[in-house]
Ligand binder design. Structure first.
Ligand SMILES: Nc1ncnc2c1ncn2[C@@H]1O[C@H](COP(=O)(O)OP(=O)(O)OP(=O)(O)O)[C@@H](O)[C@H]1O
Ligand SMILES: [Mg+2]
Length: 242
């Protein structure tokens, strides 16, 4: 990864009908940085992710993912697992890799890494919500994406499963760093995982905080507690339209 690799947004805007959701966003995310995106419901977080993923065209501006790879891959993961119920766990992970050499082997290694070794032949319906999200994570990572876009991926999970998933993600990224943009409503999750937290408000990035605490981080860390107060205050203030 070199210094000029990463995601760059310049003047990005998105309107639906007459309603402007994203307005003139400039953003540079260096390769390998883990960025959390927080903000009130409806502020445009998912829209920003979809525009970055190329699932929606921006109304204005440009988005570049600069990489040595001529065809950098972007993968997205959602609050729902979006697995295919008629495909086994293994075949959900290898989706899109059919016939590619080593695909099954990589999928098995990733399933092992997410704690699902031995479950390859089972179907999504027999898995718990947390296990299904782990399959979805393995499916995203098998493509070795330059950019991983996570839209509240652990939002539907109970607190313990969520904490387990956060540790799992942190561990996987420590081994294979990649650029991540994570949308979350959980300020603690943002503080535990991110190098940087963006607070969205009024179609823009209203705050941009660097989180320099060493890793692994602990929930009880007083430095994080102070940032948590600050972020919650920011969220409350922007939720009331101030
Ligand atoms: N396809 C669409 N057509 C029209 N309006 C849309 C569309 N997608 C999103 N919007 C609008 O854009 C705004 C931002 O939506 P978005 O889903 O990005 O919010 P969000 O920040 O992700 O909210 P939440 O935290 O609730 O998930 C909302 O007002 C929403 O109604
Ligand atoms: Mg959303």
């Amino acid at each position: 990864m070199s210094a000029d690799e990463g995601l760059r947004l310049r003047g990005v805007g998105k309107a639906f009908g007459g309603r402007l959701v994203l307005e003139d966003i400039d953003l540079d995310i260096p390769a390998g940085q883990f960025v959390a995106l927080i903000g009130a419901s409806g502020v445009g977080k998912s829209t920003l992710l979809r525009v970055v993923a190329g699932l929606e065209a921006p109304s204005a501006g440009r988005i570049e993912l600069r990489s040595r790879n001529p065809r950098p891959d972007i993968r997205m993961m959602f609050q729902e697992d979006r697995l295919m119920p008629w495909r086994s766990v293994l075949r959900n992970v290898t989706l899109g890799l059919e016939g590619r050499e080593g695909g099954d082997e990589n999928a098995r290694a990733l399933l092992d890494a997410v704690g699902l070794a031995g479950r390859e032949r089972e179907y999504p319906i027999v898995l718990s919500g947390g296990q299904r999200q782990r399959v979805a994570l393995a499916r995203a990572l098998i493509h070795e994406p330059e950019l991983l876009l996570l839209d509240e991926p652990f939002g539907a999970l109970d607190a313990i499963t969520r904490a387990t998933m956060q540790l799992l993600l942190e561990g996987l990224l420590a081994r294979r760093p990649r650029t991540v943009l994570l949308v979350t409503h959980d300020v603690e999750e943002a503080l535990l995982l991110a190098d940087r937290i963006l607070l969205m408000h009024g179609g823009r990035v209203a705050r941009d905080l660097a989180i320099g605490s060493p890793r692994p981080r602990h929930r009880g860390d007083p430095a994080l507690a102070a940032r948590k107060e600050e972020l919650l205050d920011g969220l409350l203030a922007t939720s009331h339209g101030r």
